[in-house]
Write a protein that binds this ligand. Structure first.
Ligand SMILES: [Zn+2]
Length: 555
């Protein structure tokens, strides 16, 4: 017995590693990850809300770490940062909105029957006698030979959309089945696409009819923070948003369509027929009178570069978001700081570890840009700002690797793939995983469209092939406890911690699985950094045409 106890202790120390902070230059270190998260998720950093003192601390910390690693500034004009001017708009509670027909008025209550906000800088929005158009799923997908709009003119009108994409609820024998990824959500299913398409067509507003299953979340989520919007302040004039955007509660939508002589359930069927065309709701008008409080503030993306030694103009981006939810209401333990330890201080720490290890390796031919985006939680604002005004040209941006939430439950036999069928980076991932004795599992709820909901998507949208590691995309097949344990970890994290004070640093995290996932990224980045290969989107991807267009600029 006397011999066994010290041996066990020794094993404990070497596994836990807490007695030994020497890190190997060539290895992603769980201790380093934990140490960095502990700092960024501390009370001192105040939950890292953009535009607060927590931002200043975070930005300074990230820059200091990158200097220590030996990166050079990768931001604007030789600095470590890129300015992201932000705007917050809040629709005041006095808002009035209604639909009317010849004999009825349907009054819309903010938070109950609608959840409407604006991403414009207008402080007073008055709309009178606005025609209303039902656009079905509102998809204009030339690569699928699908167009819900036909000849209809949306200028100055309110567009009403169904959520998700046309084949979400289709039976296998229907003509539409499989054209929009079946249950898997395509970009056409996201509300962001619908708002953009309405804006491109000059609509005054866009409302999406909420359905829990097809949206992926219930009304309380859709209505949380109703009236509030945080967005980029100086928007591209070519891409101005609709004046009003948001959700329409299913009950209100049913009433609205009944008043126009239609049945919502029947329309859901009609809208997934290839011959469906948008139509104006006869005799229906929309009115709105809203006052909006606008405030502006400045935030920053943080960027460090490891220049390539042969083709430094070809850039691979590894990124995470530095922001979290700031300070909020106290939880049962009295904690108010929503530290975002896992989401996404851990991802940010992962990017710093990638930088450290890749810097210690033989130099790559291509450059690596390590990016820390602001305001992901407000709607991918920092990464969208970069994509709109990139420091390094998009056509020579090789790929983007994003870390956003990593599982902390230990080693896994598999790695979770988000957005199957999108680009050939998934084949690289499968190969690297196999070499590491692991295998690839597809995300468990592709219908939720996670592929369109993290910062990597900002890069995809401008055509850059992407890969995302997201610990909540599907339960991992854990070495201890299998899939069941992996699913349980997600259920616990989402149920208790996600976006709450409970998302705090813990000495009990087992970061072995996180290290495994980051290591896969290290390998893929290193490989790409040494080749002349340009990863490509797969046929059928919504982003293939965009990339091919920008690739023609690559000379
Ligand atoms: Zn996140």
């Amino acid at each position: 017995m006397r011999l066994i106890l010290p041996t066990l202790l020794l094993i404990f120390w070497s596994i836990n590693g807490s007695a030994d902070h020497h890190t190997e230059p060539s290895k992603i270190s769980a201790n380093n990850l934990s140490d960095m998260v502990k700092v960024m998720a501390s009370d001192e950093f105040q939950g890292r809300a953009p535009g607060t003192p927590g931002e200043d601390k975070t930005v300074a910390y990230l820059i200091a770490q990158m200097k220590k690693i030996g990166l050079v500034p990768g931001g604007a004009e030789g600095s470590w940062t890129q300015a992201v001017p932000m705007m917050r708009s809040e629709v005041k509670p006095s808002a009035k909105m209604s639909f009317s027909s010849a004999d009825t008025v349907l009054t819309l209550a903010q938070g109950t029957s609608v959840s409407v906000d604006t991403a414009t800088a207008l402080t007073n929005i008055v709309a009178t006698d606005i025609p209303v158009v039902f656009v079905g799923f509102g998809a204009n997908a030339p690569e699928q030979d699908w167009d819900d709009y036909g000849e209809i003119d949306l200028t100055g009108k309110l567009a009403i959309f169904l959520v998700n994409d046309p084949d979400f609820a289709a039976e296998p024998k229907e003509a539409v089945a499989g054209r929009f990824g079946n249950r898997r959500m395509t970009y056409y299913g996201r509300w962001a696409y619908k708002f953009e398409e309405a804006a491109r067509r000059g609509a005054l507003g866009a409302l999406v009819i909420h359905e829990t299953e097809a949206a992926g979340y219930d009304w309380s989520v859709a209505a949380a923070g109703a009236g509030e919007n945080v967005s980029l302040a100086n928007k591209d004039p070519k891409a101005l948003p609709v004046t009003l955007q948001g959700w329409l509660h299913n009950d209100a939508a049913q009433e609205l369509l009944a008043a126009a002589g239609h049945d919502l359930d029947a329309l859901r069927n009609t809208a997934r027929q290839p011959e469906f065309q948008a139509f104006e709701l006869e005799g229906i008008r929309f009115d709105a009178d809203l006052e909006v409080k606008i405030t502006t503030f400045d935030s920053q993306n943080v960027l460090g570069l490891l220049p390539g030694n042969e083709r430094p103009d070809e850039v691979i981006i590894a990124s995470a978001h530095w922001d979290a939810y700031g300070i909020g209401a106290p939880d049962e333990q009295g904690r108010t700081v929503r530290a975002g330890a896992n989401d996404d201080a851990l991802g940010s720490a992962g990017i710093l570890e990638l930088a450290r290890v890749i810097k210690a390796q033989p130099a790559m031919a291509r450059s690596a840009l390590f990016a820390f985006w602001t305001a992901e939680e407000a709607g991918l604002v920092g990464s969208m700002a970069y994509a709109a005004d990139p420091i390094f040209p998009i056509e020579k941006t090789v790929a983007n690797f994003t870390l956003d939430i990593l599982q902390t439950a230990g080693a896994a036999k598999d790695v979770i793939l988000v957005g199957k069928g999108q680009s050939d980076l998934e084949d690289d991932l499968a190969r690297a995983a196999k070499a590491a004795g692991r295998y690839v599992t597809e995300e468990n709820l592709p219908e939720n469209g996670l592929f369109y909901r993290a910062d990597h998507f900002s890069m995809a949208r401008v055509g850059v092939p992407v890969l995302l590691m997201m610990g909540i995309a599907g339960g991992a097949d854990l070495v201890v406890g299998g899939r069941e344990a992996g699913n349980q970890w997600i259920a616990d994290y989402i149920g208790n911690c996600y976006h709450k004070p409970c998302d705090a640093w813990s000495p009990d995290w087992d970061l072995t699985g996180a290290v495994q996932d980051i290591e896969l990224f290290r390998q893929l980045i290193t490989e790409l950094g040494g080749t002349t290969r340009w990863p490509a989107w797969k046929p059928g991807s919504e982003f293939k045409a965009t990339r091919e267009q920008s690739a023609s600029l690559r000379q």
